[in-house]
Design a protein around this ligand. Structure first.
Ligand code: HEC
Length: 242
């Protein structure tokens, strides 16, 4: 049965366990005697230990080892159990940090040093805060969206974004002059690469403009509120490809 222990209680128990373990080891050492010089008989042909030996010293020795083994697990199992959530969390955090770092490199232009770069900055500005591009079909200059406020959805000028999924959809399938990026939609990026880029975008949101209660990327309540307040949401993608 696993008791619901606090970390402090767990550490105390682990400490007691370690102390017992050390004491047990010390006793075992202190009791150890040098073996008597044996006559030259193959060990398989030697007589077994006599009854008095079997009854007390050998029995105690085996029991001692048994106790030590139990003590070992008394320390080992709670320690593993106590530290596992923290370990998992650390690992998760490291994975996310790595993903964000890959995403940060990916949005920059391709160079010899940055071979994973796909150049979102080419259109969205060097810091992804929005830029201008030429619509070659009409000759009009078009403002591209600021991606550091995109999680604010309709409240920060991104009417087609009500959720993280909308961001994925726009990036994967494209919209208007925004090309599709997913290999599933004739783009160049794998799911993993798009995931990294989205993690990066979520990590660079301008907190003054995108407070938590308006952050549709990380707050499901904000998505609900956006759906209620802005019922006429345009589609995240307008490119009917594939
Ligand atoms: C060729 C220029 C161009 C490139 C390159 C480009 N985008 Fe876009 N992007 C646009 C335009 C234009 C829009 C606005 C589309 C619209 O609403 O009609 C847009 C919209 C978006 C949106 C939705 C924003 C909103 O307000 O709804 C996201 C998210 C986005 N781009 C991410 C990216 C990412 C990530 C990359 C790099 C992988 C990228 N873009 C590369 C031009 C580009």
């Amino acid at each position: 049965m696993m008791l619901a222990l606090t970390t402090a209680q767990g550490i105390v128990i682990a400490g007691i366990g370690v102390a017992l373990l050390i004491a047990g080891g010390a006793i075992a050492l202190a009791r150890g005697r040098a073996p008597a010089a044996a006559p030259e008989i193959p060990s398989a042909m030697r007589p077994g230990p006599p009854d008095p030996d079997l009854e007390t010293p050998l029995l105690q020795k085996l029991q001692g080892w048994g106790v030590l083994l139990v003590l070992f697990f008394v320390v080992w199992i709670p320690a593993t159990w106590l530290f596992e959530p923290g370990r998992n969390l650390d690992q998760e955090r490291r994975l996310l940090e790595d993903s964000i770092a890959r995403g940060e490199a990916a949005v920059q232009a391709f160079t010899e040093e940055n071979q994973g770069g796909v150049g979102c900055t080419r259109c969205h500005g060097s810091e992804l805060k929005g830029g201008q591009i030429l619509d070659t079909a009409t000759g009009a200059v078009i403002n591209t969206p600021n991606l550091t406020t995109v999680c604010g959805g309709p409240w920060t000028g991104h009417p087609a974004i009500h959720s993280l999924q909308d961001i994925y959809t726009t990036i994967e399938q494209g919209r208007g002059l925004m090309p599709s990026w997913s290999i599933k939609y004739a783009g160049a990026l794998s799911d993993q690469q798009i995931n990294d880029i989205v993690n990066y975008i979520v990590s660079i949101q301008d907190e003054t403009q995108v407070p938590f209660d308006k952050n549709v990327c990380i707050n499901p309540d904000a998505t609900k509120a956006a759906d209620e307040q802005f019922p006429n949401k345009p589609p995240a993608t307008t490119n009917a490809r594939l």
